[in-house]
Design a protein around this ligand. Structure first.
Ligand code: NAG
Ligand code: NAG
Ligand code: NAG
Length: 739
């Protein structure tokens, strides 16, 4: 048992942003003119993408009361660049970003910021076409950055600075990967992970054909696919990307602290471990895939009052939908935070096992050669303009303009909504009262109604263009090919388990037939990539009209439309260029940008209480000693609104008063709202933790009209080891900094 005493102090914190971008390994940016044999070139990088917080609605649950008012885990972008050494200019950039959803505007901005950091020659290496940004889909990140109006409604439009903060961080992460670009060894493995996911719409899944279901042992994909990147000698683990299908909704809709949820926890824990072993540049992305119907809340839906299972069909408790909530594995013992740790830990452990396991027949080496290249394809597709063929009848089938069904408003058992509808709502006539309310917004045209049947339309988003489109009409379709063993589908939405299997199988069959990949290649879906268009179910799941079916934007043939576009795109790897305009690609231009609206109240006034100053301590922590692993130390300060504070790196400046060990903090961050500091024998203070760590929580609250109170919590030694000593809390942002 260790002990320590605690004092508090106030001050301004150092900037650590630029230090964090350093890497342990030197970063050659020139290439040898002659190669003996072709090698894989890889770069990895990470940066902070935590956007503005303080009364900003989180993106995910669409719960107006769920505001981001503090930080538990900071949000990160993790970037991976690949090319062959024989053609280093043809590169692909995969980014896993801890955001709720992707945004094309953010991607464009990120590419522009990146290009601004590079020479003209280097800038030409990157464009929207070869940068894929896949959201982890955490439901605990600030929103307000989306492209289309429906997704902006919970944030009252576009939050000033939200897109810029994410894009800046993504550009920083790619830039770090660019600096790190060196030959490496990359392998792909996979293995099952049990006990980390369940299907939250089993009724829909069960409507898929019996002989199709018989091919699979589970109604979720339990396979984790893992890409591991080592240095050229095969000794140092430089980075890892893995794809495992599960919603990051372990933290529930009451959470008000920014968090990467279960995937963020897994990344954080692994990076922490490698950093404490001095593997400083290591990056671990726990990326998203076909998780449309997959929940981490393993105990399933239960009535919050009685604890009994809900009624299976509608997921209600005595007729009340909002009483039926799915429980995570830590529910009884430690609430949603423990559930996050459990689901995160299981993914972390599985990924580590896959890295450690000795190479086997199923390990695939990403080895370039003259017919094993790195390449990409990207175009745009207007969904309602494509026609597809029904394979049974041979007839042409339409993909619809966007619309959301009644079941969309029911939410899921991960966060049920009150009122309007239930899951499985498929009376095509809807209900009279809500039809009346809907018609105040927009009465759907008969064409739209017919196209979406049996979905009863609640929001005729394809016909709602004020102040701009409520949902996207055009979607980006993008694919990466990395040697003959790995292809990545940049999927612009949330795709269910069975839909994902069909898409992967179709794309892989095409590529194997074309001879562009081997029969044992891994074709992975990077879920929620590049632009958000809600859900995609199978045609059969759609008939059941649960939440995912009600949210399948382009009607019953949405999936078949995607399969046609992605197989056509995949085929173009063999033909050497983008596919020409065709029924699969009737229009290929990018949508034009909207002129943003914003109804969010700005922060006009920040005051300290009478007789107090910003940074004054309101509640001192108890004096200790504290028990490692169990005790929590807490202090409260007079502070300011975090949207007035230092939320991005450029508002902090290095003051040189505090030493940061090894030039970086555990967990890493480009800025922080608080630090935990330790006193050295010579009396100086050194930072041991910031707000990016799992052990600390920074919480902001508005008091009255314009006053703020910030609470800092530290669970002593929970994940970052401590030794006995004198510790201080320090608050930085939330104290108005002069700019
Ligand atoms: C799943 O977790 C439960 C406890 O949460 C445990 O009893 C069971 O053995 C686990 N199953 C597997 C396959 O790990
Ligand atoms: C979220 O979990 C916490 C416990 O961690 C609980 O107190 C709260 O009621 C839950 N909120 C919802 C909306 O389920
Ligand atoms: C194709 O047509 C058949 C016969 O009308 C129908 O049963 C089936 O659902 C259709 N499939 C799709 C994917 O539209």
């Amino acid at each position: 048992m260790h002990s320590m005493s605690v004092t508090t102090m106030i001050g301004i914190i150092l900037a650590v942003a630029c230090l964090l971008l350093n890497h342990a390994v030197a970063a050659p940016t020139t290439f040898r003119p002659r190669q003996v044999s072709d090698e894989l070139m890889v770069g990895v990088g990470i940066a902070d993408i935590t956007g503005p917080i303080g009364e900003i609605t989180m993106m995910g649950y669409a719960e107006l009361n769920q505001k981001a008012n503090g930080v538990h885990l900071r949000l990160k972008a993790r970037a991976f660049i690949f090319s062959t050494s024989s053609n280093p200019a043809r590169r692909v950039v995969f980014v896993s970003a801890e955001t709720g959803s992707p945004s094309h505007r953010v991607r464009k901005l990120a590419v522009r910021y990146l290009q601004n950091k590079l020479s003209p020659t280097e800038a030409a290496l990157y464009s929207v076409d070869n940068v894929m940004i896949s959201s982890t889909h955490t439901h605990s990140g600030p929103g307000g950055y989306n492209d289309d109006f429906m997704y902006q409604v919970p944030n009252f439009g576009v939050t000033p600075g939200a897109r810029e903060a994410i894009a800046q961080g993504i550009a920083d992460a790619i830039f770090a990967a660019h600096q790190d670009f060196t030959p490496g060894i990359a392998t792909v493995t996979s293995g099952p992970l049990d006990n980390a996911s369940i299907n939250r719409s089993p009724q829909s899944y069960a409507n898929n054909p019996a002989q199709e279901r018989a091919r699979y042992s589970d109604n979720v994909d339990k396979t984790m696919v893992l890409l591991s990147i080592k240095d050229k000698s095969g000794t140092r683990l430089r980075g890892v990307v893995n794809w495992f299908a599960v919603h990051p909704v372990s933290m529930n809709a009451s959470n008000s602290l920014v968090s990467g949820d279960n995937k963020g926890y897994a990344s954080y824990m692994w990076e922490l471990e490698e950093r404490s072993n001095m593997n400083l540049g290591f990056v671990a992305a726990f990326a998203q895939t076909n998780a449309g119907d997959v929940s981490p809340n393993l105990q399933g839906p239960r009535c919050i009052d009685t604890g009994e299972p809900c009624d299976g069909g509608k997921n209600s408790c005595g007729g009340k939908l909002d009483k039926c909530v799915a429980r995570g594995p830590g529910y009884e013992e430690g609430g949603d935070q423990l559930s996050t740790e459990i689901i995160g830990q299981r993914q972390f452990q599985k990924a580590k096992d896959l890295v450690k396991q000795p190479p086997s027949a199923t390990t695939k080496m990403l080895q370039p050669s003259s017919n094993a290249v790195v390449d990409y394809r990207h175009t745009w597709i207007e969904m309602s303009k494509i026609t597809i063929t029904n394979t049974t009848t041979g007839a042409s089938v339409k993909v619809c303009a966007p619309a959301m069904g009644y079941a969309f408003s029911a939410g899921t058992t991960d966060n049920p909504a009150t009122g309007i509808s239930w899951q499985g709502e498929n009376d095509p006539n809807g209900r009279p009262f809500w039809n009346f309310v809907r018609n105040l917004l927009k009465t759907p045209s008969q064409e739209l109604v017919d196209c979406h049947k049996p979905k009863p339309i609640l929001l005729a988003t394809g016909e709602m263009g004020t102040p701009y489109w409520w949902q996207p009409q055009k979607l980006p379709v993008q694919m990466f090919l990395i040697t003959r063993k790995l292809a990545i589908i940049g999927f612009p939405g949330e795709i269910t388990t069975m839909s994902g299997r069909r898409l992967r199988d179709a794309v892989k069959a095409q590529m194997v037939a074309d001879g562009t990949v081997d029969g044992d290649a891994e074709v992975v879906i990077a879920g929620l990539s590049n632009l958000y268009s809600s859900y995609v179910t199978t045609f059969e799941e759609y008939q059941v009209q649960r939440y995912e079916g009600g949210s399948t934007t382009f009607g019953p043939n949405t999936l078949n439309g995607h399969i046609q576009s992605f197989t056509t795109l995949a085929h173009s790897f063999a033909t050497g260029s983008m596919p020409p305009p065709s029924p699969a690609f009737p229009s290929t231009t990018e949508p034009s940008d909207n002129k943003d609206v914003n109804f969010l109240t700005g922060v006009v006034l920040d005051t300290a209480p009478l007789g107090k100053r910003f940074g004054d301590v309101l509640v001192q922590p108890s004096t200790g000693p504290f028990k490692v692993g169990t005790d929590t130390v807490k202090a409260e300060f007079v502070c300011a609104h975090p949207r007035n504070g230092a939320s991005t790196s450029d508002t902090l400046s290095a003051s040189g008063t505090v030493d940061i060990p090894n030039g970086r903090l555990p967990g890493g961050a480009s800025s922080t709202y608080m630090t935990v500091e330790r006193q050295l024998p010579d009396g100086k203070w050194t930072v041991v933790l910031d707000d990016a760590g799992w052990d600390t929580k920074y919480r902001w609250a508005r008091i009255g009209v314009a006053e703020s109170r910030c609470t800092i919590e530290w669970r002593v030694g929970s994940t970052v080891p401590v030794s006995p000593g004198r510790i201080a809390f320090d608050i930085s942002a939330g104290i108005r900094l002069s700019r």
